[in-house]
Design a protein around this ligand. Structure first.
Ligand code: FAD
Length: 476
């Protein structure tokens, strides 16, 4: 019998597991996909929002501001790339300026530090590539950028190191409530548990319906992006937003922690799981972004992608114990700023479970550390030492990002081992560069096959069934 079963291992499930793994509890995390962080937590803007946007007095406002602070602290402790670079919301006309004033007022009420409204000229002094049309801007010094999948992975890894059991490729199909919960999964495995946390992202309404709960419904809303080469990475230093609207936070231009430029998203209602990009959507993103930063060279684009927001009918996160099933906690409809708020949501969830009767006794042995080797960030001396210890660190596999065989092997034997080409990419950046894996993917594929003791035709790109090779040519 488990104390807590968490459904979904995006950043919210991972944050809940991270927080709960401090306590003496038997925890399982059930994730339908082949890895953690494959849903919205993989495909988003990767911004740690300051917290001036949510309405004062909402849970979203409180968790945004707390989560921003916690995210930077956790990132530093667990070696997750993050940077407090600040953000600007730019205004082009009087209506936008009214909006900036409103955001400023909200920010002050929400307790956001380092907020000020600056003139267009001052904004251009800070960001020389900003449009001449910008009349003023809201500067938020506490905003920043993070690697969203690394953040998710880091929290999940600490949870696993501290005894949490993670079940991948395990989709929850039904839940029965009796003396305890019986959670059934796609693989036929059944989990008995006292408490359930629903962190199923865009499917969180489907999972809550499994206990007869119809308190919210998800309206999946896609956001499409451009990811530009590092040659465009210095175009801006801060995150540049335009004024948000009811569908999202507007099209932004930002550096990523990996040194690229990210531009997007739009907001289009779609079907769950539809992460295709469209010509019209990308054209809109390009045109809108050029309003704030006209000089962006879109020919430097290396990838387009889309992420799905778990928008609901509420302008709030759907967090709370289900009215239909005692012991069932919804962390549902976690749209933006969910990434920022994640760690605070994890803490808040632990507090709610305590109020719901779960005893929380802190473990003495809780290990809140994580190792990460990033070869290219080492000094020459450290590189030499590492290569002497393990010659695999002397073989560069991904030339664009200078990722060594040693790092790929480490990713395949880490606390939550990579099981796919994209899993390797998320852990050590192999394939993230200008050629997007064109050169290194076949070599990564070979290393995966060798390390996992499988045939190369069994290696998947991401999900089960996404095999990258059909068969050996001479056999066809
Ligand atoms: C376009 C876009 C831009 C965004 N930008 C930002 C930003 O810049 N800053 C910010 O703070 N937030 C941002 N967000 C919001 C943020 O990404 C999300 O709030 C956050 O990732 C939600 O995490 P999650 O764990 O709830 O969902 P997910 O990451 O989607 O995780 C849910 C998990 O549940 C699993 N699952 C689903 N159903 C089942 C089932 N039946 N059984 C088992 N597992 C299941 C899924 O496979 C998935 O892994 C953005 C979101 C989008 C889409």
């Amino acid at each position: 019998m488990y104390d807590v079963v968490i459904i979904g291992c995006g950043v919210i499930g991972a944050a809940a597991a991270y927080e709960l793994s401090r306590y003496d509890l038997k925890i399982a995390v059930l994730e339908s996909e082949n890895d953690v962080a494959t849903g919205s937590s993989k495909a988003n803007s990767a911004i740690l929002h300051a917290g001036y946007d949510p309405k004062p007095g909402t849970l979203m406002a409180k968790l945004n501001v707390e989560g921003n602070e916690l995210a930077f602290r956790i990132a530093e402790k667990l070696h997750v790339p993050a940077e407090r670079c600040g953000s600007l919301v730019v205004a082009f006309d009087e209506k936008d300026e009214e909006h900036l004033n409103e955001l400023y007022r909200r920010g002050i009420e929400n307790g956001v530090p380092g907020l000020s409204i600056i003139s267009g000229d001052k904004a251009r002094e800070l960001e020389p590539n900003l449009s001449e049309e910008v009349r003023s801007a809201l500067l938020a010094e506490s905003a920043g950028i993070i690697s969203p999948w690394d953040y998710t992975l880091a929290m999940a890894e600490v949870a696993v190191k501290n005894g949490t059991e993670l079940f991948l490729n395990t989709r929850v199909t039904s839940i029965e409530k009796g003396e305890c919960f019986t959670v059934r999964s796609s693989k036929g495995k059944t989990f008995k548990t006292r408490y359930v946390i629903n962190a199923a992202g865009v499917n969180s309404d489907v999972v809550s319906e499994m206990v007869g709960d119809r308190e919210f419904s998800v309206r999946p809303t896609a956001g499409e992006y451009y990811l530009l080469d590092k040659s465009e990475g210095e175009r801006v230093s801060r995150v540049i937003f335009q004024c948000p609207n009811e569908l999202g936070k507007g099209v932004l231009v930002s550096r990523t922690v990996h040194g690229n430029l990210i531009v997007g998203p739009n907001a289009v209602e779609t079907d769950r799981g539809n992460t295709a990009t469209t010509r019209e959507g990308l054209a809109f993103v390009q045109e809108t972004a050029k309003r704030s930063v006209p000089g962006i060279q879109f020919r430097e684009n290396i990838r387009n992608f889309a992420g799905i927001r778990a928008n609901t009918e509420f302008d709030e996160f759907c967090i709370g114990e289900s009215r239909s099933a005692k012991g069932f906690l919804n962390l549902g409809g976690i749209k933006s700023p969910g990434l920022t708020a994640a760690a605070a949501i994890g803490r808040y969830a632990a507090g709610l479970l305590k109020d719901m009767g779960l005893e929380l006794i802190e473990k003495e042995s809780f290990d809140d550390t994580r190792e990460a080797i990033r070869f290219k960030e080492l000094s020459d001396l450290e590189k030499n030492e590492l290569i002497k210890r393990d010659p695999a660190f002397g073989r560069v596999i991904c030339r664009c990002e200078t990722i060594t065989e040693g790092e790929i092997v480490a990713a395949l034997h880490s606390v939550i081992p990579a099981r796919s080409i994209n899993g390797v990419k998320r852990r050590c950046n192999a394939g993230m560069g200008r050629c997007q894996g064109g050169f290194c993917s076949p070599r990564v594929c070979r290393i995966i096959a060798r390390e996992l003791g499988i045939d190369e035709t069994e290696v998947v790109e991401e999900k089960e069934g996404s095999n990258v090779l059909y068969s050996r040519l001479k056999e066809v």
